[in-house]
Design a protein around this ligand. Structure first.
Ligand code: NFS
Ligand code: SF4
Length: 673
């Protein structure tokens, strides 16, 4: 079998357009969203869809990554193949400029994710010191397990002592000054990956240090070697992974490890009878406090004539609330503004990341109150309600009371409902997934998955992650590719706004299994369902929602467990990832650690990299030789699906061959890839 079943498949994308219908404002496939967008246009409200069209055509230099603004001699553009115009003023060539910018994107992503994790680590250490009354260790079992994983001895220690040690270990990973491993990374990778990261000199020393290192190394007159720069970028990407692992682990300790939960998604989750509060952003520190406050203040809402308080989630904090509290999901990133078009959102509360700064303007067109809560993310026009962990419950109650008050001012004339919503079965932390597999094999739950792959029942696993990018129609590529992979018997997991897309479209439920799963996948899910009879009220979904973007580490942990179970390193595991609509710096960081970990990573929106053949080749080809993982840049859904399937088939085939040889010659399993 060739490397790809179709030998025409190269590392270059097909000829599919880079921007689908650039003049079309209705850039989505979701009916509820289209309704809300039409309503926005009726009201003369400008949204991201209008702004996207207004930016077309986008700058070709920037698109290819050959525009440099790193110093103020610039901006410089690479305008010619040779001569003075082929370099920036300082002499930087295309490959240097492209590599530097990519590395800086990764640093931005790593900074975002790890700041989220740091915030949680501070809160956990204050909880341990008895200084925060409103937060607790909600999941002591996870705390004890985590302490063990980090090499801390839990014997004879109470939970708060242990929490203090875990928090200290996390904070140490941010800022230590030695060359020792970052424990949140080191305790979750295969031994072979550890060796690989050492050999290639990309083992991060501390999260903050790597972010600073990349910024320093990419200033004017510093590193000009594109390979060296990309490797520094990968080291920072692994720092990003470390910060994400901290975020996920500590969120579980503080708020509980998600378990299967049934809820609903799409604009129809807004309820005109209730006080509606849209919660947007990322960190569960704010959103889960609001969940508690909303429960507590229901009677106050009833007193003003509402039937209750309805929290709805947007983006990743929506995922956090859905996973842990079953809170309904209203929108993913590109439709965050559209939620407001219903006219029934009484307040919008945001914290950090992916928040469009246009929101306060739109809130002003309605009666909607908007609150920012984090001092690093204030938005002109929004009211800043500094959220203080020491007074978290009171702050949350204050914002809910403001929403109740706003409910009274709701303009009934402006209410327009888009009554589409779909059932969602979510809450699949790795622990929850192993709970399901454990009904078949309690000793080694992951073996249920790897056995099914080895037996050819399913083709492998695909993680869907990442954002919306309006270069294609919102959600269309997520849906197109996932349906194709489901039909081809791939076990599917999802996070972030990709999970949001599936939730809105009704793919996270049992009905979707009937509609889209191929025979092998259907049989596998049925088997799981039968083994778990009576435990799941709504059956199993087509795609397993593993959480917010930081929770991509849950999927990576699954892959690492699969590798250990199969007795190989990650590059041999039939596991791929796809970010059909990547947009954020965080997505660049995640994709990059995915490649370093050994995964084929599909990205459906071209990053600014084509200005250098060398850097393009590094990320799509050389990476495969060094790390076993590589990027697949492809804008056409069908071709992308074929490339992902080919990558899975190739790995399964190779794994099979190596297993046969092992048996035939009674040798150890071959470890190369
Ligand atoms: Ni991830 Fe989540 Fe969404 Fe993209 Fe933004 S919300 S952290 S970055 S846009 S998936
Ligand atoms: Fe131009 Fe070099 Fe400055 Fe970049 S660093 S803006 S290429 S002079």
């Amino acid at each position: 079998m060739p490397r790809f079943r179709d030998t025409q498949m190269g590392s270059k994308p097909s000829g599919a357009p880079r921007v689908v219908e650039p003049k079309n404002v209705v850039r989505m496939v979701d009916e509820a969203g289209i309704g809300a967008l039409n309503r926005a246009r009726e009201l003369g409200i400008c949204t991201v869809f209008d702004r996207f069209v207004a930016q077309q055509p986008q700058c070709g230099f920037g698109y290819k990554g050959i525009c440099c603004r790193i110093c103020i001699a610039g901006p410089c553009r690479i305008k010619a193949g040779d001569g003075p115009g082929s370099r920036g003023i300082c002499g930087a060539t295309a490959y240097t400029i492209v590599a530097r910018y990519i590395a800086r994107l990764i640093a931005g992503g790593a900074a975002s994710h790890s700041d989220h994790g740091r915030h949680l680590a501070y809160v956990l250490s204050k909880v341990a010191a008895g200084n925060l009354a409103d937060y607790q260790v909600t999941d002591p079992a996870k705390l004890v397990w985590l302490a063990g994983r980090l090499g801390l001895d839990p014997t004879g220690k109470d939970h708060l002592t242990l929490a203090a040690e875990v928090a200290r270990t996390a904070l140490n990973d941010f800022s230590k000054h030695d060359e020792e491993p970052c424990l949140f990374l080191d305790s979750t990778i295969t031994a072979a990956r550890r060796r690989k990261f050492d050999q290639t000199n990309i083992y991060p020393r501390a999260i903050d240090r790597e972010v600073v290192n990349v910024l320093a190394g990419t200033t004017m007159g510093m590193d000009a070697d594109p390979v060296n720069i990309i490797f520094q970028g990968l080291r920072t990407a692994l720092a990003d992974y470390t910060g994400m692992q901290i975020s996920t682990d500590l969120s579980d300790v503080l708020f509980g490890t998600p378990q299967p939960v049934v809820s609903e998604a799409n604009l129809g989750v807004l309820d005109p009878q209730q006080v509606n509060i849209a919660v947007h952003g990322h960190n569960p520190l704010v959103s889960l406090m609001l969940v508690e406050a909303a429960r507590k203040l229901k009677t106050e809402a009833v007193a003003v004539g509402a039937s209750g308080i309805n929290l709805v989630g947007i983006c990743c904090t929506g995922n956090e609330m859905l996973m842990r509290a079953g809170v309904k999901m209203a929108a993913n990133v590109a439709s965050q503004e559209l939620v407001l078009m219903t006219g029934v959102v009484d307040a919008m509360v945001v914290d950090v990341q992916c928040i469009m700064s246009s929101l306060p303007v739109i809130c002003n067109c309605f009666h909607t109150k908007m609150f920012t809560t984090n001092w690093v993310a204030k938005i002109p026009g929004a009211e800043h309600m500094a959220f203080n962990e020491a007074t978290a419950q009171a702050d949350a109650e204050h914002m809910i009371r403001e929403a109740i008050h706003a409910f009274k001012n709701r303009d009934r004339e402006k209410v327009t409902l888009f009554e589409i919503k779909n059932q969602v079965v979510a809450g699949f932390s790795l622990e929850a997934l192993y709970g399901l597999f454990g009904a078949i094999d309690p000793e080694t739950p992951v073996k249920v998955l790897t056995d099914a792959i080895l037996a050819g029942k399913i083709k492998g696993v695909c993680l869907f992650a990442g954002c919306n990018n309006l270069k294609s129609f919102q959600d269309a590529s997520h849906l197109g590719i996932v349906k194709e992979l489901a039909k081809n018997d791939v076990f599917l997991v999802a996070t972030g706004c990709s999970a949001g897309a599936f939730a809105k479209a009704g793919l996270l439920n049992a009905a979707a299994v009937e509609a889209y799963a191929g025979p092998g996948l259907k049989a596998f899910l049925k088997e799981l369902e039968i083994a778990n009879q009576g435990k799941l009220e709504a059956g199993l979904p087509l795609i397993f929602h593993m959480g917010s973007c930081v929770d991509n580490v849950r999927a990576m942990n699954l892959c690492t467990d699969m590798a250990n179970q199969l007795g190989v390193d990650v590059p041999k595991v039939p596991f791929v990832a796809s970010a059909p609509e990547a947009m954020h710096e965080k997505a660049v960081a995640i994709g990059s650690w995915g490649v370093a970990m050994g995964l084929p990573v599909h990205v459906g929106a071209m990053p600014p990299i084509e200005g250098s053949e060398l850097v393009y080749g590094l990320t799509t080809q050389i990476a495969a030789d060094v790390f076993g993982g590589h990027f697949i840049f492809e804008m056409d859904d069908q071709v992308a699906s074929e490339k992902l399937l080919a990558a899975l088939e190739y790995r399964t085939w190779k794994l099979g061959v190596h297993h046969q040889m092992k048996e035939k010659y009674a040798t150890a399993l071959y470890q190369g890839y």
